[in-house]
Write a protein of this length. Structure first.
Length: 203
């Protein structure tokens, strides 16, 4: 679908949309061109994807099979993770694919949140909602609150080590912008943690 230049926050760039769905940019580009996902083009020819539409899509259903892996923006220390007590209990009792999907969802939200020039509470609220899902999952998996927070801190460190520059994230030009960027990331992570605690404590 081709249209005039969308300026609404509800339209995402290719990088933002692929991170949100957890698929490779090349895969999402192909889906958009095939009409499988809601897409517009800007006057300059750039693809923009409907945020609301993508949130209701299931990548496996669109693809018809296993979706292509997402770009490796978010990488974990698999060795350190496998040695953690919380990880052993978690992988044996919970849906690891679902949790990986939550991580990709958070990465997509983080990219969108950082790229907004003004504070937008929607992304913090959604981060808290995803965090709440994570908290419920860990409780159902039999993890303690301590293990839940420890697991969150592990993933938070992984987010902080994102390779720069990250496609879709505008990089800071000076110290003030860098400080502002880190403050916003901290605010986003705080929302996830508070949501995780809320979700864990839900009966």
């Amino acid at each position: 679908m081709t249209n005039s230049d969308p300026t609404s926050d509800d339209w995402l760039s290719l990088a933002e949309a692929s991170a949100l769905l957890g698929v490779a940019a090349s895969t999402l580009r192909r889906w958009g061109d095939a009409g499988k996902v809601p897409m517009k083009r800007t006057l300059g020819g750039h693809r923009r994807f409907s945020r609301a539409g993508l949130q209701h899509l299931d990548a496996a259903q669109i693809h018809g099979s296993t979706p292509a892996p997402a770009s490796p923006l978010l990488q974990f220390d698999a060795h350190a993770m496998s040695r953690a007590n919380w990880h052993t209990r978690f992988v044996t009792r919970s849906d690891t694919d679902r949790m990986r999907g939550l991580g990709q969802r958070l990465l997509g939200l983080l990219i969108q949140y950082i790229n907004r020039h003004e504070e937008d509470a929607r992304f913090l609220n959604e981060a808290r909602t995803v965090g709440s899902s994570y908290g419920r999952e860990t409780r159902e998996a039999g993890l303690s609150m301590h293990d839940t927070v420890e697991a969150f801190l592990f993933f938070r460190r992984s987010f902080s080590r994102l390779a720069l520059p990250v496609p879709g994230i505008a990089q800071p030009n000076d110290i003030d912008q860098a400080a502002s960027l880190h403050m916003r990331i901290d605010r986003f992570m705080d929302a996830i943690l508070l949501g995780a605690i809320d979700g864990y404590e839900q009966q």
